[in-house]
Design a protein around this ligand. Sequence first.
Ligand code: 5RP
Length: 228
Amino acid sequence: MDNSANRVRAVSAADDEKRLAAEAAAELVESGMTIGLGTGSTVAHLLPAIARRELSEIRCVATSVATEEQARGLGIPVERFDELSRLDIAIDGTDEVTPDGWLIKGGGGAHLREKVVAAAAARFVVIADSSKPVAALRGPVPLELFGFGAASTLARLGGEVEPRDVPPSPDGGTIADYIGAIGDPAALAARLEADPGVAAHGLFPPTMVSEVFIARGGDVERVSIPPR
Ligand code: 5RP
């Protein structure tokens, strides 16, 4: 088999794993729940799986316009996230996950809203294919910079941060990536949060994560992240 055929097979295997993890997580959603919907190609499998459950009286918020549009197209009700004060569950994909539950999110640039939604959820469930687990975070770490003063924030953060060539976020932020060394993720998170121009970074601590569903081949491993 040539290289392009191998690549197609690998992409299709990863997509099958995304679907399996998403379908397992969709089983956690019940009628009457308030639900946070993440963003990305794994979540794109979650939405039809939720729709197929034909649940009643669910209230959902979406972390991106793409998710909102797909959900509405499937008949899943989506509302603005300004009236719900808490969510029963949020389900989202990830770019990387360590064994102790640190995540890097934001490959799709939706990490600010994803973090706000995850923080509001009593249970935050991460769905992943087998390419996502890593022994230690590698990066890059997505950032959202306030649009106000973005050039000055970039200048202050220096050569370790590169703006991403994408449109501003729905909240007007500039999407960028921290490409320097990660080392201790808690220390890096604190360093990034200390800059007044950084609206959000894609480091999600284990304290935010309840469970990770990781699909490998035809199996889904469910890893609980202990509360600290
Ligand atoms: C978007 C995200 C996604 O959850 C993350 O990039 C994983 O995406 P995918 O499910 O397409 O692999 O954080 O901002």
